[in-house]
Design a protein around this ligand. Structure first.
Ligand code: CTP
Length: 473
């Protein structure tokens, strides 16, 4: 984070555009409080792009409507019983919520909504201190009762009140904690982590859809691996994605193999770097596949008589387990199928490094990967996490070679598919020829033309053919 003063100046800029100034003035004129709150305040401090603006007020939903409707281009009721009104004013989309002091029923995490009267109370019931700041408008005064700015500067996630109460009220907040560590690169404060360890089982009352939505946001974040560690360390992963903590295999001192959990997280970090280097946006299918690629290992681990360890068919089993888990989490069918397929294919490349494949084996690899080829490239490369530089260098070179051969074969096949614009029959008809050497010459001329200038269409090809024929005499 840059200096507090610079962040405040940016916040002020954000909150004093013409539309927002107009809104703030209308609330003030009606005798109500009005403040920018939560995510946008946090993001302005972090220099992140702020898109949707959330506001809070002591006005009731009906009063909000009466103030907003006359100046809004559109407005909607997001859930009047929850106290939120949405509106569009020019370029700005805003959501305005009445101060809350909700209590939760503790069983379903559905809040029993109670409206509040003080901004400070609304703020301290929120999930984390960095989300519990507001900018009062039109005065532009920062309200930060829980020390959010300090925590932003320190890079720490802390609950405004006792974490047991906050997570007890809303267990989803434990997953939000993991997600924010992944998005912001922050660390979770010790007391909050301890509370999450204690309350992890209560994540079961949250719907699968909400859980997987948080998981999706976490995985798409820049430091996804950091968020996964929070889920595992808190015991939340045990409830929502048990295959991941199960990767922490006991390592027998006689039967050595790498730590599959650490390997998977290292692979995920590597995949995120490769994804960016190769010009892709954050991609869920890829990241899920990398995280889960070895989940078949615990069940297939076998210690051979000579003390070596094998994981036969962990690719096939892993694909099955991943599909089952992702379906359970309500991920869509395409995502489930793609992730499972990538896991099933993730060992194929290792055959390549052991002996060069025939062209037909390369073609089969491309055909089997289909649309997933680019993700398979990244997964296979990211899977090489050995610290032995000679080994990792050799595998990277082998994969470069495989990609080069795929490109060369694709180009050859494309070239092989190229035909001149006119076929033999057309040439004979245009030039009035019978089959013979001259037809072959004309065909070769048109092929050269096609390679030099691309496809020209029948009419141009015909007139160029006639020119060529005339010049030839
Ligand atoms: N909030 C909360 N507890 C939750 C969800 C939300 O206290 N379980 C509060 C936080 O103050 C948060 C605000 O409501 O800042 C808005 O929530 P939401 O839009 O879900 O999150 P943002 O923080 O805006 O972040 P993002 O848009 O990235 O999800």
């Amino acid at each position: 984070m840059e200096s507090v003063a610079a962040a405040l100046a940016r916040l002020q800029l954000l909150a004093t555009g013409p539309e927002i100034s107009l809104l703030a003035q209308r609330f003030a004129d009606a005798g109500h409080e009005f403040a920018l709150v939560g995510g946008p305040v946090r993001d302005a401090f972090l220099g992140r792009v702020v898109s949707d603006l959330d506001f809070t007020t002591d006005a009731t939903p009906d009063q909000i409507l009466a103030i907003v409707a006359p100046v809004a281009d559109a407005h909607w009721d997001i859930g009047r019983e929850f106290g939120t009104i949405g509106a569009r004013l020019g370029e700005e989309t805003v959501e305005i919520t009445t101060y809350r002091s909700d209590s939760y029923d503790g069983a379903t995490r559905k809040p029993v909504v109670e409206f509040g009267s003080r901004l400070e109370d609304d703020l301290t019931r929120r999930d984390f201190t960095i989300n519990a700041m507001a900018l009062r408008l039109p005065e532009c005064v920062l309200v930060d009762p829980a020390g959010g700015v300090e925590d932003l500067l320190a890079g720490v996630l802390r609950t405004p009140g006792a974490p047991q109460v906050s997570f007890g009220d809303d267990p989803l907040r434990m997953m939000r904690a993991a997600r924010f560590t992944a998005q912001l690169g922050f660390r979770l404060d010790d007391a909050a982590l301890a509370a999450a360890v204690e309350l992890a089982p209560s994540i079961d009352i949250v719907s699968r859809e909400r859980v997987s939505d948080e998981l999706r946001k976490l995985l798409l974040a820049p430091e996804a691996g950091r968020g996964i560690r929070v889920l595992v360390d808190s015991g939340i992963a045990e409830r929502v994605l048990p295959e991941v903590p199960a990767l922490r295999l006991e390592i027998d001192e006689h039967a050595r193999h790498k730590d599959v959990y650490e390997h998977s997280l290292t692979a995920l970090d590597r995949a995120i770097v490769l994804e960016r280097e190769r010009g892709h946006p954050p991609t869920l299918v890829l990241r899920l596949a990398v995280l889960l690629h070895d989940i078949g290992k615990p069940e297939t681990r076998k210690i051979e008589p000579d003390g070596s360890v094998t994981f036969h068919h962990h690719d096939v089993l892993g694909a099955k387990l991943a599909a089952r888990r992702l379906r359970e989490l309500r991920f869509d069918n395409d995502t489930v199928k793609a992730v499972a397929e990538l896991i099933r294919l993730h060992l194929r490349f290792f055959g390549y490094s052991e002996g060069r494949w025939s062209d037909s084996a390369v073609r089969r690899y491309v055909r089997d990967a289909g649309d997933l080829l680019e993700w398979l490239h990244i997964l296979s490369r990211a899977d090489v996490t050995t610290r032995n530089q000679r080994k990792s260098g050799a595998l990277a070179a082998a994969y470069d070679d495989l990609e080069a051969r795929i490109a060369a074969l694709a180009e050859e096949e494309e070239l092989a598919a190229i035909r001149p614009d006119l076929d033999g029959e057309q040439i004979m008809a245009i030039l009035g020829l019978k089959p013979g050497r001259e037809v072959g010459d004309a065909y070769r001329f048109l092929m050269e033309l096609r390679l030099d200038e691309g496809s020209l269409g029948y009419d141009i090809a015909r007139s160029r053919l006639l020119e060529w024929w005339a010049a030839r005499g």
